[in-house]
Write a protein of this length. Structure first.
Length: 179
């Protein structure tokens, strides 16, 4: 199957896709460190909050208020990349204004089929056309699958916050400049 990607501006996701985004975020909630449900927003700097065993409502509301790239197969959502255009990231002033990827999630049953790579490519193209200097994202140091994808997509590590997500779990920032 080939995924298609559509870009939606803040608040432009259709009600049907909004439900699908919710379902995907609930599905992957506890794969994130810390979980999405323990975060107050998509850009929260306080990431060592323990999981409060709730649903990711606040996080979801932030996703819907941002730009989103939505990967679909046969009209079903398989992945989402939520981002902020012209973002000023205090941790990385030399890379800004940037397109800041706050969230990327692919349905676990559809992983390794290229949807994540396709989302990143659309994001890079969109960012370039928006006039931002780079695409910036962050992840955690043990997220080996995402780290591998970032390497394949020619992102470079540009900052690391040691033990930011707990003992031995660093927050790692990556960027890809537009050439």
């Amino acid at each position: 199957m080939t995924s298609t990607v559509q870009i939606s501006g803040p608040g432009e996701i259709t009600p049907e896709l909004a439900v699908a985004v919710w379902d995907l975020l609930v599905l992957v909630d506890n794969e994130f460190v810390p979980s999405l449900s323990s975060r107050s927003s998509t850009t929260s700097k306080s990431l060592s909050t323990p999981n409060e065993q709730r649903r990711p409502q606040a996080y979801y509301e932030h996703v819907l208020g941002q730009w989103n790239a939505l990967a679909c197969e046969d009209q079903q959502l398989v992945g989402v990349a939520s981002f902020i255009v012209h973002h000023q990231e205090p941790t990385l002033p030399g890379w800004c204004p940037c397109t800041y990827l706050s969230t990327i999630a692919v349905d676990p049953a559809r992983r390794q089929a290229g949807a994540g790579r396709l989302l990143y490519q659309h994001l890079v193209d969109f960012s370039r056309s928006a006039g931002d200097r780079a695409v910036v994202t962050r992840t955690w140091s043990a997220n080996t699958t995402h780290l591998a994808l970032l390497g394949q997509m020619e992102f470079s590590e540009v900052a690391r916050l040691a033990d930011h997500r707990g003992p031995g779990i660093d927050t790692v920032y990556f960027a890809r400049a537009h050439t």
